[in-house]
Each structure stands twice: as structure tokens, then as C-alpha cells.
Design a protein. Sequence first.
Length: 230
Amino acid sequence: MTTAIITGGTRGFGRALAGALLDEGWEVVLDGRDPTSNDAAARELGPHAHVVPGDVTDPVHRARLVAAAARIGGLALLVNNAGALGPTPLPHLRDVDPATLVELFRVNVAAPLGLAQAALPLLEEHSGAILDITSDAAVEAYEGWGAYGTTKAALEQMGAVLGREEARVRVWSFDPGDMRTEMHQDAFPGEDISDRPLPESVAPVVLRLLAERPPSGRIRSADVAGRATP
């Protein structure tokens, strides 16, 4: 039985990816903090979607996610998808409260590391993979994106080191590109983002990534989608 954990998996890109994996016969452990989204995911995704409500910054919750995967039969994929954008409208760095930046690091960097640490023994048993969802804001300088982008840059560096240290698993920093999600809309309040692709159009790229299993590193969705099929 092939099992994945997807944090923030009851809405947005996490839910789209859960649906794609379920269609391929996976068991998926999902989490989320919003009861409405959690209930809808549990109802609509079917019996192979296992929703564990909670907050990834809570170590007890992270342990429950890993325990749920272990009960199902193991773990082949950990998707660190849950994250925080920070204050909106997006402020310039001169206006960012350092305490806010600390909280962003707790959600976007420390929590993924804590979950990876808890999940590594199971992932090693199945030669699994960690997929950290990142952003081009980690490598490009965009006005207003300094706080969020700094945390994603840290997440990528952490993943790069983890990929060197843990030879039995793949560690990918996956940049999905702009998508029509609630978080992206929050970054552009009042603007029309209907030109952005739906997350369901990006999720199949992850399936291809899992099939090809490239070395650990930073991967852009656009690059994988643009490659010729082997």
C-alpha cells in the first residue's frame, strides 16, 4: 500500500495533489486547521483519504500524522505543503514586525523540519521522498515578498542539506508556479487572479516527478511539464 502525508491537504494545491494521488491508488493522510475544509475533504475524497485535523506547528499533531501513515502500512511521500503567507497586503521589509517573521519561520521552516524528522524512519523503509512546496519568491527579489520569500529560501536550503545527509530518500524543493489558490488571492487582495492555472493542472506534474525520481534538489513545475516524455 503506497501512502503519502500532505500537510495543508484539505484545500488548495494540497487537496488537488491528494486527489491526483488517490486516483493513482494511493492512501493519503491529510491535515488542515479549518473544520469546514476538513469535513468537505473527508466527505468528498473518499475512504482512502484520512483527515487528521490539526496544526503542523504542534509536535503532538506531527506525531499523529506519522502514526496514521504507519497504521496504514508505511510512508512513501511526505509533502510539506502547509504554510503561511504573513501579513497582507504584503508589506515592505522595513515595516515587517520581527515577531511576525519569527512566526513565519515557525510555520514555514521549523514545522516542515520537525515533520521530516518524525517521518524519516518510515520514509527510509520505503525509499521515499520529501516534497517541500516552495516558491520563486525564494530565489527572486519581489517587492513585498521579503518575509515570505526569506522563509522559503530557508526551507530550500534546509532541504538541500537534508538531501545530502539522507541518501536513502529524495528531498525535492518543488516550485509549482503561480496558481489560483486562496493564498495567492490573499497576496493580491482585490485583484483578479483568474488567469492563473488551477492547482489541479499542476498536480499531475508531481506524479511525473515521482515516476522519474530525479536526484534531490530544486525543481520547477514548468521545467518538468516542459520536458519531453521519455
